[in-house]
Design a binder for this molecule. Structure first.
Ligand SMILES: *[C@@H]1O[C@H](CO)[C@@H](O)[C@H](O)[C@H]1NC(C)=O
Ligand SMILES: *[C@@H]1O[C@H](CO)[C@@H](O)[C@H](O)[C@H]1NC(C)=O
Ligand SMILES: *[C@@H]1O[C@H](CO)[C@@H](O)[C@H](O)[C@H]1NC(C)=O
Length: 381
């Protein structure tokens, strides 16, 4: 007999089911991404089960309600790594060649072997308890329709460059990465290439570069976002990018015939002891309503000559959007930061205007710090 206890238990389960879904829906280029849709939410019970649910071809809603720690799951490698110049706590390199001193290093294998994610998946953190530690995810081999929401990715060999990437998109489409947090990652927090990343929305995430193992010797992570996919459409909105020193993001490459279309709006960049945007060729970029606070180099000077960039600084830049996009763009704002010149590429606007329905609206840039800090990262939805 268990009357009261069972009723409580059932009520608890019902509450868990009610919470157990993706919240909201993607705006921008990944709009329409449904992930596992209305599949019954499932809670994995082992690392192996989590991996198999992520990788198989069944549509699934996978709930992450605890820390899944893969650190010791595939053993360790001890070999020699290349020291860097920052002592004692630089980020050393897992590499075959070294022009500094070799040192012995031990790293976890799992972090360098991400879990493959199949099509039609939602992987969703519960409250603020969803952690995937020691291993990343990769959406590859033409997988599509994937939602990754409210999960903290952390602990991927952060002391080593090439220690592991958190999320890889390579031959993907329709991916929504929302309200996640990234910290203590060895290599990139998000990386795409050489295949297409497709239509991607990166929204309301916290990229926390605070690290004792910095490649730039300043307590900040250098390898934040590297976007090199073949044919990519990114909406980058509402993200909190802080205590980072580079590639935040880097996009574009001349290695492939890639084409990257990028709308960056209402993001908050704080404490950048290096550069935020570094934009190479084959890119069509609109930056509006972003707030740079204590950012040494909001955008590298090479970006201005290599990319097709529309960045909004003056009143004329803002109203210059109107003829192509049908609205007045929001200006980017700087506080205690390096320069962020205006740039008015008509190629950028005309590429973006071909995707008008995928452009997300902005709010006033003055509200960005407060609003983004309150909303970005895990446990906020
Ligand atoms: C994903 O869902 C779509 C739409 O229901 C379906 O056409 C496709 O075959 C699914 N993909 C896989 C790998 O199950
Ligand atoms: C992905 O799709 C393209 C186009 O349909 C196809 O040529 C390619 O072989 C696919 N790649 C994989 C890994 O399935
Ligand atoms: C982030 O950087 C700022 C400025 O360098 C520093 O004051 C702050 O302590 C850093 N935050 C963390 C969590 O280390």
């Amino acid at each position: 007999m268990c009357m009261a206890a069972c009723i409580l238990l059932l009520a608890g389960l019902a509450a868990r089911e009610a919470l157990a879904q993706v919240r909201g829906s993607a705006v921008g280029f990944a709009a329409g991404t449904t992930g596992g849709g209305s599949a019954k939410p499932q809670y994995p019970s082992t690392l192996a089960e989590l991996e198999s649910w992520l990788s198989d071809s069944t549509p699934r809603v996978i709930m992450i309600s605890q820390t899944w720690d893969f650190t010791n799951h595939q053993g360790m490698t001890t070999e020699k790594c290349c020291q860097n110049s920052c002592q004692p706590n630089g980020q050393f390199w897992i590499m075959d060649t070294c022009d500094a001193a070799w040192v012995s290093c031990t790293y976890a294998n799992a972090a360098r072997n991400p879990i493959q994610v199949g099509s039609n998946k939602s992987v969703v953190g519960v409250g603020s308890s969803g952690y995937i530690k020691g291993r990343g995810l990769r959406v590859i081999n033409n997988a599509s329709n994937v939602i990754i929401q409210n999960i903290h990715f952390t602990g991927l060999n952060s002391q080593y460059v090439w220690g592991g990437d958190a999320i890889t998109l390579d031959g993907a489409d329709k991916v929504w990465i929302d309200h996640c947090k990234f910290s203590l990652i060895g290599r990139q927090m998000i990386v795409s290439g050489w295949g297409a990343a497709g239509h991607v929305t990166i929204s309301n995430n916290e990229f926390d570069g605070t690290t004792p193992y910095s490649a730039s010797c300043n307590g900040q992570h250098y390898w934040v976002l590297l976007l090199l996919g073949l044919k990519d459409y990114y909406t980058f909105v509402g993200n909190y990018v802080h205590n980072v020193s580079g590639r935040a993001p880097h996009m574009g490459t001349d290695y492939t015939k890639s084409e990257i279309i990028f709308h960056g709006v209402n993001n908050y960049f704080k404490n950048v002891g290096g550069h935020a945007f570094d934009i190479d060729v084959n890119t069509y970029v609109l930056l509006e309503g972003n707030y740079f606070d204590n950012a040494d180099t909001p955008i590298t000077s090479a970006s201005l000559t290599k990319s097709s960039l529309y960045s909004v600084v003056t009143v004329d830049d803002a109203s210059g959007c109107t003829s192509n996009l049908g609205y007045i763009c929001e200006w980017n704002r700087l506080s205690n930061s390096g320069s962020f010149p205006s740039s008015r590429s008509s190629e950028a606007l005309s590429k973006l205007s071909a995707h008008k329905s995928s452009l997300v609206g902005h709010y006033g840039v003055a509200d960005v710090p407060k609003s983004v800090v309150a909303n970005a990262g895990i446990g906020k939805i």
